[in-house]
Write a new protein. Structure first.
Length: 599
């Protein structure tokens, strides 16, 4: 009798989760947002934007709100008067600016800024959760989405993109990728093609970070049509949405600089590819010969045409899209941590990043096996599994693919738990069932490694590491920057990573930030601190700098001390200051050293 009651309760609970799934998504979103907000309360109060991109995003929004043209995305407080060439679009600026305008009458300028940077990153999280739930419901079971949410709780790399203060575009890109894969999973062919095509266009309008995943999804859409002629409705809808959506995105959001044939953003290069590809795919859908071999031949021919067109029209875009010079690669990009493969990070960080993608990959393999005889569902499972596997493998290239790999891994983790937990629960003794299910849930949801690491002692930080952490923390803080902000307005020559924070929190201008289109300025700054005092003077004078600012012991300085131990930065840090610099008094506890350029 008790068993039947338990089974009845379980069935009612699962039915409720199915019937009220949208409500569950909203409640989970609100709960996670509350958790995010509480965990970041101190940082919000201190306006501690965590990344250079977040600080530049704030500077970009403020410039637009003060009257800078919609299509002019140059940041004129970097490298004045020409400005820094920024490859972003205004699309992500819209919610942030809207929130600032909404709260300003009630909270004033600084209060509105704080509230906006707290709320804005969490908005796309609702789209991500909704899209993941849709994908799980369509591919696994209508009630299994809660298992994906359980795994999402332990997807630290993914969640970090939606935490308060993380106002740059990465969260939006992840949410739109989730929306795109929900379109791939959609059994409604026209709607699925339309959603995937629009998601592709929207993602391109923001940036190219997710291009490879959408390209894999496009190939999957074509192959599904090759295997099933009736899928021409999906292909036709995708083609129309891709071409039309990309055109609208380009016209509305491409900056003045992006109207040139650049490779690193939506430009005429990628617009032409999208229009040609969309037109060819629309033609394939209209033709749709009955023989799958002819469909495959047409698809291959269309792909070859697009590749040849791209190679002829934009041969400069066949290489790395950033297009940086070897000098900038050596001096700067090679030192960017997120651009390094996962195996070049410490074992603790690597294990936290890769655990969920690996678990997800196992789950995806299991889901493929379970659906292997379902001719209608299997192609859609493979279509979504492909970008998930790609994101995991790309960790061997760059760690920055971690958030996407974890997000897509939650779907595979849900499959693993949904199909294996019942099998374990129905096998063996009660002790075996409880222990086995507990272990499976911890491992499958990606919780085992984060929880286990809490009991593994971390290596004690060396005095040098403690000094670096302290400098990084204080030099980005408002109290640390306040004495700098009190100086007369001027152009401050400082580290590449310091520039964006400086212009977002003070009235000063700077030389550059870590943005690849500004390779000349990046190389100049890096060379100035690496070379001798005479070279530094020439470079500082080139940019008509009023001040020179350093943050001793910060992460950037480790590059100079290790690769240029007799260079200009090391000399400054040792107190060997040339006559053309006059010290500016700062508080005793200031993390900075500041000089006025007088010679």
């Amino acid at each position: 009798m008790a068993g039947r009651k338990d089974q009845a309760f379980e069935e009612r609970a699962l039915a409720w989760l199915d019937r009220h799934w949208k409500l569950v998504v909203v409640l989970v979103w609100l709960g996670l947002c509350a958790w995010f907000y509480v965990s970041k309360t101190a940082e919000i109060r201190l306006f501690a934007l965590p990344d250079t991109d977040d600080n530049l995003r704030m500077a970009q929004v403020r410039a637009w709100m003060k009257g800078q043209d919609w299509y002019d995305l140059r940041q004129y407080r970097l490298n004045p008067p020409a400005g820094a060439n920024i490859h972003w679009s205004r699309l992500v600026d819209l919610p942030l600016a809207g929130l600032i305008l909404l709260f300003r009458p009630f909270l004033g300028g600084p209060g509105a800024d704080r509230m906006a940077v707290a709320i804005a990153p969490m908005l796309p999280y609702l789209l991500l959760l909704f899209s993941v739930a849709l994908t799980v419901r369509r591919l696994i079971d209508p009630r299994a989405y809660v298992l994906a949410f359980l795994a999402m709780f332990f997807a630290a790399s993914t969640n970090g993109m939606f935490a308060p203060l993380r106002i740059d575009h990465h969260g939006w890109q992840l949410a739109i990728l989730a929306l795109g894969v929900s379109g791939l999973a959609d059994p409604n062919r026209s709607r699925g093609g339309l959603v995937f095509g629009l998601a592709t266009a929207l993602s391109l309008a923001i940036g190219l970070e997710m291009l490879i995943y959408f390209a894999i999804g496009a190939a999957a859409t074509v192959l599904i049509w090759v295997g099933e002629r009736d899928e021409r409705e999906r292909l036709r809808a995708y083609a129309v949405a891709l071409g039309g959506g990309t055109t609208v995105g380009f016209l509305l959001f491409a900056s003045n600089d992006n109207w040139n044939a650049v490779c690193d953003a939506l430009s005429p290069v990628w617009l032409a590819d999208a229009l040609l590809g969309g037109a060819l795919l629309f033609g394939l859908a209209m033709l749709s010969p009955a023989d799958w071999k002819r469909r495959l031949a047409l698809a291959v021919a269309a792909g070859v045409v697009v590749v040849i067109f791209h190679a002829i029209a934009a041969p400069h875009c066949l290489q790395r899209l950033e297009g940086v010079s070897p000098e900038v690669e050596r001096l700067w990009l090679s030192h960017v941590r997120e651009a390094r493969p996962i195996y070049r990070h410490g074992w603790r960080i690597a294990s936290l990043v890769v655990t969920l993608p690996i678990t997800g990959a196992i789950g995806w393999a299991l889901l493929v096996w379970v659906r292997r005889r379902d001719r209608e569902l299997l192609p859609r499972v493979l279509a979504v599994a492909a970008p998930a596997l790609a994101a995991t493998l790309l960790l061997l290239w760059q760690t920055r693919t971690g958030p996407a790999a974890q997000m897509l891994g939650t779907i595979g983790a849900a499959a693993l738990l949904w199909f294996l937990v019942p099998r374990l629960w129905n096998a063996g003794s009660s002790v075996v069932r409880v222990l086995g299910v507990t272990a499976l849930v911890l491992v499958g949801a990606g919780a085992a490694v984060p929880l286990a690491l809490n009991y593994v002692p971390s290596k004690a930080a060396t005095p040098r590491e403690k000094a670096i952490g302290r400098a990084n923390r204080l030099c980005g803080s408002l109290p640390g920057l306040r004495p700098i902000a009190l100086q007369p307005k001027g152009v401050v020559f400082t580290f590449v990573d310091t520039g964006p924070r400086l212009i977002s929190t003070t009235h000063h201008s700077s030389i550059t930030g870590p943005y690849h289109r500004n390779g000349e300025q990046i190389a100049d700054v890096m060379n100035a601190f690496r070379g001798d005092a005479d070279q530094a003077r020439r470079i500082v004078t080139k940019y008509r700098s009023d001040f020179l600012l350093i943050c001793p012991n910060s992460s950037t300085t480790t590059i100079f001390t290790s690769e240029a131990p007799t260079g200009f930065y090391v000399q400054l840090a040792k107190g060997r200051v040339p006559a053309w610099l006059t010290p500016v008094p700062l508080p005793v506890d200031s993390p900075f050293k500041l000089w006025r350029v007088t010679g």
